[in-house]
Design a protein around this ligand. Sequence first.
Ligand code: GYE
Length: 306
Amino acid sequence: GAASAQDLPKLEKKDRYKVGFSQMESNNPWRIAETKSFMDTAESCNWDLIATDAAGSAAKQVADVDSMIAQGIDILFLPPREEKPLIPAVMKAKAAGIPTFLVDRSVDPAVAQAGRDYVAFLGSDFIDQGRRVAEWTLENFKGDKGVIVELEGTTGSSPANDRRKGFDDVMAQHDNMTIVASQSGDFARDLGRQVMETLLQAHPDVNIVYAHNDEMAIGAIQALTLAGRNPGEDVMVVSIDGTRDALQAIIDGKMGVTVESSPFFGPVACNVMERYIAGEDIEPWVQVQDRIFTAENAADHIDEAY
Ligand code: GYE
């Protein structure tokens, strides 16, 4: 049936709120910055925060949400590691009458929908991020033919699906650009390095690397350097997030661009919760605006980076 806000559980005004934040993993600076943002927001937003870490396992993340429901949380903030495996967590929270906000990643919209199964998605436009990386690459690539290796994020995650779509759709319109390989590095630095090592052997002529996040871009730079290549000179490395290491790599001339994907969701979550308590209709997608970091401005932003 049609999505209707009446189906969503209400949240009464209270002095303190028991808030669940189910983190998916803590193996990169982005995740750590996001968890810290929730912790830093807790006091000023009257949260008694229950934060868990699923250590990279969707099954554990579902179990973590189960345990938060059993502990009687008032509200759930959930970054679903993958689009399909986390649907049961969303549905269980719904059945328990707990308003749920998806944070930074989404779930399969064919099954679970904002305004019906959960309140809203708080996050970036990943298709647009991929598109903006592609456009920057087209404007700044100096060679005749682009030979592109793509390092994808976690398979089945919304940012991996959408960052791929945004970038690939733009590149498909340019005959001089070919994506010769596209493989998952699970959004992780070390896996990004390993996958890049392997792909370099099959495609030694690569001259553009598009990584779906900065951690994999840094891993790729390590692999390229070890293989005697000069990232920033004979290979253009481009990615997404805006971590400190990526801004430093841009300053050092090893990386071309990173389109921002902000991890600072604590204040966004507090604001949307207050609006929800006040009875406001919440838009299904609370969109985060992202900047772009290049050699022109990386030095201005590195001090505030994570
Ligand atoms: O880019 C990445 C993290 O879901 C937007 O996940 C997030 C992505 C972010 O592991 O670094």
